[in-house]
Every structure is written in C-alpha cells, then in structure tokens.
Ligand binder design. Structure first.
Ligand SMILES: O=c1ccn([C@H]2C[C@H](O)[C@@H](COP(=O)(O)OP(=O)(O)OP(=O)(O)O)O2)c(=O)[nH]1
Ligand SMILES: [Mg+2]
Length: 180
C-alpha cells in the first residue's frame, strides 16, 4: 500500500509557473521550470530561478536533480547535482546548470523544464568521536579499489587496493582483495 503524500507549503514567486506535479504515478521527481530565458555557450553555466519557494517539514530535504533528456540531448548538467534544499530554506529554489556540449549553445525559454525536485526524509545525526573506528570488509578501499575501470583510466593515487603498471603505461587494478 502506498504511503500518503507529505504536505508541503509552496509559494509561487511567479504566477505563470505551474505548481510542480508528478508526471506519472510512482515518479520520484517533480519538474522545475526556469522563469528566465537563457542562452549558454559551450562550457558556460548559469543560476536559473524556478519561481518556487517551499517550507519543507522538519526531517525532510528536497534535492534538485538534473533531467536525463536534457543531459542526453543537449549536454546540460547541473554543476552541484544534486542540489540540496534545506527544510529551513525559504528562498527561491535555483538551478545551477552548465552546458557541457563542446560545440553547441543551448537555449532555455521561460517555462522550459530544467531540473527535477526529489523530496526525501533525511536523518539528523549525532557524532561520537572515537580514536579508532570498528573494522569492516571494505576498510578504506574506495575510489576504484574494486577495479572495473575503463581503459586508460587510472585509479586515484594513494587509495588502498592492488595496483600495477603494465607495459602499455596503463595502471590496472586487481580485484583480488585476499591478503589485504
Ligand atoms: O541547487 C540548489 C542548491 C541549493 N539551493 C538553496 C537551498 C539551500 O538550502 C540553500 C543553500 O544551499 P547549499 O547549502 O548547498 O549552499 P552553500 O553554498 O553551502 O550555502 P549556505 O552557506 O547558504 O548553506 O540554497 C538551491 O536553491 N538550489
Ligand atoms: Mg550550506
């Protein structure tokens, strides 16, 4: 059984902006539009306003995610993806987009859907500082320590894991973690 929706107060700073809604049942994201037209040259970024501000309930946050269609068709990404909207933030939600296409400019018209908002429950933590952390199977391995890199990609220097440089100059990372 699906859970009831969470009530969120929303203010439209621009009356022409639609109240964000889910396109399909089961969708996680609500599309956000830009209230400003913009043109981004290759490599250029912009902070675009959405005309929306929220009062999220305590214990929730909203995350501004990119749209896959814009990314695949136009090379548009979000510089800080996912952007974090704190429950206490009452300002306008903004989207920091960047045009990653090497050749083509991208144009946004007012009302174009530029990103999507995902509202989630978030935990608050209380830290307990210790001198040593308990052990784990992964330990400090990360940043490619399990292998599977594309050809020519080197693992991040200084991370645990078995590594060797072959005659072609590429570094290959072993996935055998025995004996570590
Ligand atoms: O993509 C984003 C990211 C953030 N925000 C808003 C909501 C968030 O609550 C506030 C602060 O964001 P963040 O903490 O990521 O930015 P900061 O650079 O750390 O700023 P601050 O010092 O104000 O926290 O900015 C957006 O509108 N869009
Ligand atoms: Mg911050």
């Amino acid at each position: 059984m699906s859970r009831p929706p969470v009530d969120v107060l929303l203010r439209r700073l621009d009356p022409s902006v639609p109240v964000p809604s889910y396109a399909h049942p089961g969708d996680a994201g609500l599309d956000l539009v830009t209230t400003e037209a913009a043109e981004l040259a290759p490599g250029e970024r912009a902070v675009l306003p959405t005309g929306i501000s929220l009062a999220l309930p305590d214990g929730y946050a909203a995350f501004v995610h990119p749209r896959s269609g814009l990314a695949a068709r136009c090379g548009v990404a979000m510089v800080n993806a996912p952007g974090t909207v704190d429950a206490g933030y009452r300002g306008e939600i903004k989207v920091i987009v960047v045009n990653l296409d090497p050749r083509e400019a991208v144009r946004f018209a007012k009302g174009d859907r530029i990103a999507q908002l995902v509202v989630q429950q978030v935990e608050r933590v209380r830290f307990h500082e210790v001198a040593e952390l308990p052990g784990s199977a992964r330990a400090a391995g990360g940043f490619g320590s399990t292998g599977g890199h594309a050809a020519g990609q080197k693992p991040l220097a200084g991370t645990p894991g078995t590594s060797s440089t072959s005659s072609n100059g590429y570094t290959s990372v072993g996935t055998d973690r025995e004996g570590q």
